[in-house]
Design a binder for this molecule. Structure first.
Ligand code: SAM
Length: 218
């Protein structure tokens, strides 16, 4: 199978460079087929470690970027996770696999056509614990708050306070924060109920498409 072969090459790199060591993350990448989340004419490139266009000026992120963000979330069985920026649905499916049947992913997307694209892809991948919501995710999704984990897969001008509020105490949020030209991937742990104390780690430099909406780039 082409998917297995292609992905094993990426895995070898991860092992060699010691970037990804969480076995749950590696298992999820083996299980969730990226080819189900790319445009039909790009299937051959599904297991190349690059971002790929999904239309409407948006992308499915590079596998290594997705793996770094997923590992940063420190996922466990049964968690409730919010994703901002569904795109193709691939990142949500990876998270859904790791948190299992008792867990749930709520993922928000602002572009109507991508909501439909992601829903179709997630159905093909049988990702039953992922719910796609069409909304401005920069405001979070208050209906299901608070969350154990929050991930933002678009560049943020700053840490959106509203998202920090919707995170549980001791919850973790992973998001790229910076300018339109480049961002630091921040792993933010909320240390108190009110959302005033955070432990912040930098997971490296990345370039994402901009977050839109109220807390996004103007
Ligand atoms: N996680 C996606 C995947 O696995 O394919 C990749 C996400 S893509 C890099 C960023 C996505 O964020 C785009 O689909 C974009 O439309 C979406 N987005 C940007 N601003 C948003 C907002 N305020 N609310 C929800 N989605 C937003």
């Amino acid at each position: 199978m082409t998917e297995g072969k292609g992905f094993e090459e990426i895995l070898k790199c991860w092992k060699h460079e010691k970037v990804i060591n969480d076995e749950k993350v590696i298992e999820a990448f083996r299980h969730v087929k990226r080819e189900l989340f790319v445009l039909p004419h790009l299937k051959e490139e599904a297991y190349v470690d690059v971002p790929l266009p999904i239309g409407y000026g948006q992308t499915i992120s590079q596998p290594t970027t997705i793996a770094i963000m997923t590992q940063g979330l420190e996922l466990k069985n049964g968690l409730k996770v919010l994703e901002v920026g569904t795109g193709s649905g691939y990142q949500a499916a990876i998270i859904g696999f790791i948190i299992g049947k008792r867990g749930k992913v709520f993922t928000t997307e602002i572009i109507h056509e991508l909501v439909d694209f992601a829903k179709q892809n997630l159905k093909k991948a049988a990702a039953k614990n992922v719910e796609v919501i069409e909304s401005d995710g920069s405001m979070g999704y208050v209906n299901e708050a608070p969350y154990d984990r929050i991930i933002v897969t678009a560049a943020c001008p700053e840490i959106p306070q509203v998202l920090a509020k919707q995170l549980k105490k001791n919850g973790i949020m992973v998001l790229p924060v910076g300018t339109l030209e480049g961002q630091k991937m921040l792993k933010v742990k909320k240390l108190d109920e009110e959302g005033k104390l955070f432990d912040v780690k930098n997971l490296g430099d990345f370039v994402f498409v901009p977050l839109r909406g109220k807390a996004g780039f103007r």
